[in-house]
Design a protein around this ligand. Structure first.
Ligand SMILES: [Zn+2]
Length: 105
């Protein structure tokens, strides 16, 4: 199954920054519910692992993370434009993970 990537944060740590959250091998389990083997962020925070079902909540996420490490990592201009375009229509957007490596800024 593809990985999903979206801007989010852990609900039990709501004072935290917004990050690029990745659901690894996400399988749909109903509306906004996904079974995933690992949930982490681009900047390396491990939110859950070992096979969990997560429910995505509309939290009014911004279009881009405000975590500096997530902002720098991973999302090239092309993909970012794609994401922003789709975000005009939806709050949470599944994005196929790319194999491109983050560039040094
Ligand atoms: Zn981050």
């Amino acid at each position: 199954m593809p990985d999903m990537r979206f801007v989010g944060k852990a609900l039990d740590d709501f004072g935290d920054d917004w990050h690029w959250v990745i659901l690894h091998d996400a399988e749909p389990r109903g509306e906004r519910r996904y079974f995933t083997r690992l949930v982490d962020t681009i900047c390396g925070i491990r939110l859950d692992e070992g096979g969990v079902t997560v429910t995505l909540v509309d939290t009014g996420a911004p279009h881009e993370p405000n975590c500096p490490q997530c902002q720098q990592a991973g999302v090239g201009p092309g993909l970012r434009a794609q994401i922003e375009q789709v975000l005009e229509e939806a709050d949470l957007v599944p994005v196929r993970r790319t194999t491109s490596t983050p560039r040094e800024v």
